[in-house]
Design a protein. Structure first.
Length: 253
């Protein structure tokens, strides 16, 4: 299957580690130019970009912080100036929700603790789409893939605000698909389940991972590469008419 990604420019936000890095690798393997963003850990991001570029002008690392709106503007401007625009946007950057203290109730969470969280997870993503979509319209081709979470579909105790932020992406994609579809732009959501990233493998107790595995029809957690494969398809020419949809990658959960 020809993804027709050679010479395309792909922007992967939050692309320096975990699922984002796997997505960046997948697009680079198809011959795309890849811009991956990082909030901190610039050395790791630059190292990955050098690996993906392999001595060619085919990869770059740019800073992009959800909490700093000017970095959203500058990241897109940098990619556009160097490569002429963004053909594929994968919005993967996320600000993780702080867990409530033991015994703290949902209604006791101060507004100042959750409003900023919602703003950081929604506004920069929507603004990034605004910044890239005009060029996509001009070229009559574009793919936008928004990375959500199983929390948006299944819920999770203590993750109400995270669930709200991720759920909003689904409604956004459904509506945006109507606005840009006739311009050759497809917009979709990929919803990973619990994924065996380094963060999960080192930070989540083994017993929780084992319990989740037992509840999964495939008998294993998804890998970052599993998620990347779904994103690669939706963000390529192989996807010719799927838009406004949510694809769950969770081993059947």
């Amino acid at each position: 299957m020809d993804m027709e990604l050679k010479g395309r420019t792909v922007l992967v936000t939050g692309g320096s580690s975990g699922i984002g890095a796997a997505i960046a690798r997948a697009y680079a393997a198809e011959g795309a130019r890849v811009a991956l963003t990082y909030r901190s850990g610039g050395e790791d991001a630059e190292r990955l970009a050098r690996e993906l570029g392999a001595g060619r002008d085919a990869a770059m690392a740019v800073r992009y912080s959800l909490a700093e709106p000017h970095t959203v503007e500058s990241a897109v401007a940098t990619v556009t100036e160097r490569w002429g625009g963004v053909d594929v946007l994968v919005a993967n950057a996320v600000r993780w929700a702080p867990r409530r203290a033991p015994g703290e109730r949902f209604e006791d969470v101060a507004a100042g603790d959750w409003r900023g969280f919602l703003d950081d997870n929604l506004a920069p993503t929507l603004r990034t789409v605004q910044l890239v979509v005009d060029g996509m319209r001009a070229r009559s081709w574009g793919r936008i893939v928004l990375i959500s979470s199983h929390v948006a579909l299944d819920g999770h105790r203590g993750q109400e605000f995270y669930g709200a932020a991720k759920s909003a992406l689904h409604g956004f994609a459904r509506s945006l698909a109507w606005d840009v579809g006739c311009d050759g732009i497809l917009v979709n959501v990929v919803c990973p389940g619990l994924t065996a990233t380094e963060r999960v493998l080192t930070g989540l107790p083994v017993e929780i991972r084992e319990r989740e595995t037992l509840l999964t029809p495939t008998g294993r957690l998804s890998s970052p590469q599993d998620v990347a494969g779904a994103v690669l398809f939706l963000g390529s020419a192989a996807n010719s008419n799927t838009t406004g949809q949510t694809l769950t990658v969770a081993g059947g959960r």
